[in-house]
Design a protein around this ligand. Structure first.
Ligand code: FES
Length: 83
């Protein structure tokens, strides 16, 4: 068995049919992580619909267990600042 390295923090991005339409927010998240030198410290995972479609797009920061709805670019800035 080989150990696999994963960053300690992860951001789960809902990729269901509603949240998946907000590709610009996901793209912005990736850009912000890169710009802030966090690309290797925070992993982004896509997740299936989390049943909160009315509040798309849904993001979740782990292991802090913070969940964000109707996530905007401004919210992404806040998420990054508080990682
Ligand atoms: S598509 Fe994201 S909560 Fe349903």
């Amino acid at each position: 068995m080989k150990k696999v390295h994963f960053p300690e923090k992860a951001i789960f991005v809902c990729d269901g049919s509603k949240c998946g339409k907000h590709k610009e927010v996901r793209k912005y998240l990736k850009e912000c992580l890169k710009e802030n030198g966090l690309k290797n410290e925070v992993e982004i995972f896509k997740m299936e619909c989390s049943d909160r479609c009315k509040h798309a797009p849904i993001f979740s920061v782990q292991p802090a267990n913070l969940w964000y709805s109707e996530t905007s670019h401004k919210d992404i800035d806040e998420i990054i600042a508080n990682l």
